[in-house]
Design a protein. Structure first.
Length: 156
């Protein structure tokens, strides 16, 4: 993935997903959900997972930005101020717990940024660690559309 963080909204891609480096840009849906659209940050080093999640979120009417690493996510978040972020825990450059701690320093309140861990780690200790790091929710993989939609509806 391109490590630049330049976002160019004039280069809309076929999936309508905004990516760091101007790979693809998002245009808001032109339907009645437009006023309710959230800006969502998806962070996962697995491009298939992040693209699929991004496509689902876009189909649900939201604006989506994708990062493949913790550092890329921090740069994007500072630039776009997402309302909700779905973070993988197992990232290559810093784990999702450290990323959550850093994002929580930028956005101290869950009313500013709702942090959601999307992970294969779902033991009681994993949940405690996630909450201690600043996550608001932990969703075990795989996450269904209904769960994501319900969570997004609760933020609106």
């Amino acid at each position: 993935m391109d490590k630049q963080t330049n976002i160019d909204s004039t280069n809309a891609g076929p999936t309508g997903i905004q990516r760091a480096g101007g790979i693809e840009a998002s245009e808001a849906w032109q339907d009645d959900r437009l006023q309710e659209a959230l800006h969502v940050l998806v962070v996962d080093d697995n491009a298939d997972v992040s693209t699929a999640m991004g496509m689902l979120l876009r189909l649900l009417g939201h604006s989506v930005s994708i990062a493949g690493s913790g550092e890329e996510a921090l740069l994007l978040a500072a630039k776009i101020a997402p309302r909700i972020a779905f973070l993988d825990i197992g990232l290559p450059d810093m784990d999702g717990l450290e990323l959550a701690r850093r994002l929580r320093r930028q956005f101290p309140s869950k009313t500013e940024l709702l942090l959601v861990a999307v992970t294969g780690y779902d033991q009681a200790q994993d949940r405690r660690n996630a909450m201690a790091a600043g996550f608001d929710e932990l969703l075990p993989k795989p996450v269904g559309r209904d769960v994501i939609d319900a969570l997004l509806q609760s933020v609106r």
